[in-house]
Design a protein around this ligand. Structure first.
Ligand code: AMP
Length: 388
């Protein structure tokens, strides 16, 4: 384990490309986050890295900046030979990582070509766009399809990133991962980022990484302290009115609401709209285009209420999200922490409001116990919800 670094350094001490330093200043990245202090110099010296860090810790920039610096000094990508491969579990994360790479890549006089590929959309345009790509962000299935049809070659890859490795492995991608690893050259740099260190991550660490720098940034469980949590005791029948009451009375301008099913998500959206509250749902039954569009609108602040299910939630990075509402409890305590971790991230604070019906009481006790934190309750029986 790397020793704790006490004093925060500045980005200029790492040897990153000068244009990146300027871009960081323009983006108001004043100082590196702890993960960046350790990962950036390690990656620049060519070491393998195992980073245990939750979303929101700044892990994306911790690999994007050194990879761009390295590749800007290397020979350009040839034909369909990519130089850096970023594997991600979801399309949403692929798009987000692509955005971060592009933001910084554009600042080079000869920008490196960056492309994200994922399933659920037509493969042909992706095949055509692969020419000259240096940095490819991909979900495993689509990458294999592209590699098998010779649209992309992996034999000259210099660095591989597994982002959200725990999820990549959990979602049953193991076989695909093995297949991909076989297509990579033996000599390469491996970077693995994961929110948790579970058995599968330890296993892949042993297969994939060589003498890695291991770093662990505080768990989401620890950063839960940043989040102001409240639970509302409410009957099922009064959840809808309570939701509308809270959105209006708390003057919420941007709120992410969680339900446990796509059916419920659509139903909540429907009800909000009927009550003139602008809302959209994002879940696996929506087309990819629809999901992208909704997420863009929400991030830009054009859409006030986004209703989501757990599958979609992880990896969605929204800066300064002030409110998360658990309309329904998630089954797993881990998901609860991931959900509320959408707020109060990366040095800003937020509020998480949770609806608890009499049937939920027992399960919510378990969630609190696992989280190691008691959530204060507000009673709503006496609350006048007429007109909501
Ligand atoms: P990530 O964990 O990569 O999803 O990053 C979380 C958020 O922190 C993103 O919105 C980044 O733009 C932001 N961020 C990352 N590093 C820094 C930094 N050093 N200073 C300020 N913001 C940052």
């Amino acid at each position: 384990m790397h020793p704790q670094i006490k004093k925060r350094m500045s980005f200029s001490s790492f040897g990153l490309a000068p244009n990146l330093l300027q871009a960081l200043t323009e983006m108001n990245y004043e100082r590196p986050y702890p993960i960046q202090e350790i990962a950036i110099p390690a990656i620049l010296t060519g070491k393998d890295v195992l980073g245990i860090a939750p979303t929101g810790s700044g892990k994306t920039a911790s690999y994007v900046l050194p990879i761009l610096t390295q590749l800007s000094k290397a020979e350009k990508a040839k034909n369909r030979h990519i130089q850096s491969l970023i594997l991600v579990p979801t399309r949403e994360l692929a798009i987000q990582v692509e955005e971060v790479f592009k933001t910084f890549a554009h600042t080079f006089s000869e920008p490196l070509k960056v492309k994200a590929v994922y399933g659920g959309v037509s493969i042909n345009p992706q095949m055509k766009a692969m020419m000259g790509v240096s940095i490819l962000i991909a979900t495993p299935g689509r990458l294999i399809e592209l590699a098998e049809s010779n649209a992309v070659h992996l034999t000259l890859v210099k660095s591989v990133v597994l982002d959200e490795a725990d999820k990549l492995l959990n979602l049953g991608f193991q076989e695909e991962m093995q297949q991909i690893i076989k297509l990579l050259p033996k000599k390469r740099q491996n970077l693995l980022f994961s929110a948790t260190l579970n058995d599968q991550v330890s296993e892949i660490n042993q297969i994939l990484l060589h003498d890695p720098i291991v770093l662990k940034i505080e768990n989401e469980e620890d950063s839960v302290d940043l989040i102001q949590q409240t639970a509302f005791r409410v009957s099922d029948a009064r959840k809808g009115p309570l939701l509308r009451y809270l959105i209006r009375e708390r003057k919420m301008k941007q709120v992410l609401i969680f339900t446990s099913s796509t059916f419920k998500a659509d139903q909540v959206v429907d009800k909000l709209r009927k009550n003139n509250i602008d809302a959209q749902a994002i879940h696996s039954k929506k087309s990819q285009d629809a999901r992208n569009k909704v997420l863009r609108n929400f991030k830009a602040g054009h859409l006030k209420v986004l209703v989501a299910t757990d599958l979609i939630s992880r990896g969605i990075d929204i800066e300064f999200l002030p409110f998360v509402i658990n309309y329904e409890l998630p089954r797993s305590p881990k998901d609860y922490v991931h959900r509320i971790g959408r707020t109060g991230r990366a040095e800003s604070t937020g509020e998480a409001l949770t609806f608890v019906t009499p049937e939920d009481e027992h399960h919510f006790k378990i969630i609190q116990k696992k989280m190691g934190k008691q959530v204060p309750f507000e009673e709503t029986d006496e609350l006048n919800l007429n007109g909501y």
